[in-house]
Design a protein around this ligand. Structure first.
Ligand SMILES: [Cu+2]
Length: 149
């Protein structure tokens, strides 16, 4: 009988342990993308809370068209700009307050959702950021890693 109880306890511990490992793996896949999304089409959801992007690293495969859905939970304006260094240079020093239509550029109103689509072709790292005054310096940036298939 006591042996039976011990088996039961051991099984319960095992179930919890396996559950924790599964949960950890799911979290890892979500946050670091050990297997990147794509190729083809993918959707990436990003939240903004207190001027922080919920994700700082996204992994995709080459030739992936990513629709970024940006949920701005702040009472202030933010933007999501993804692209090469020249794109960020323009925005960090630039005067465009709104980015309604260009691929990879969207302004997200307070407490609103915005989306933009960008195609990643070559392996490498592509930066995303918010370039409203002071936001990049505060930490509103991250990277999309395009991993070779
Ligand atoms: Cu911002």
């Amino acid at each position: 009988m006591r042996f039976g109880i011990r088996i039961g306890v051991a099984l319960a511990v095992l179930v919890v342990a396996v559950g924790a490992v599964a949960w950890t793996l799911a979290g890892a896949a979500e946050s670091s993308g050990s297997r990147g999304a794509g190729p083809g089409r993918a959707t990436v959801e990003i939240s903004i809370d207190k001027s922080r992007f919920s994700r700082s690293r996204i992994v995709v495969r080459p030739h992936t068209e990513v629709t970024f859905v940006i949920h701005n939970h702040d009472p202030i304006l933010h933007e999501f700009i993804v692209g090469g260094p020249e794109v960020h240079a323009v925005h960090e020093s630039g005067h465009e307050a709104q980015h309604p239509t260009k691929p990879g550029e969207v302004t997200v109103q307070p407490d609103s959702v915005g989306e933009t689509t960008y195609v990643f072709h070559e392996p490498g790292t592509v930066v995303f950021a918010c370039h409203l005054p002071g936001h990049l310096a505060y930490g509103m940036s991250g990277e999309v890693v395009v991993e070779p298939a």
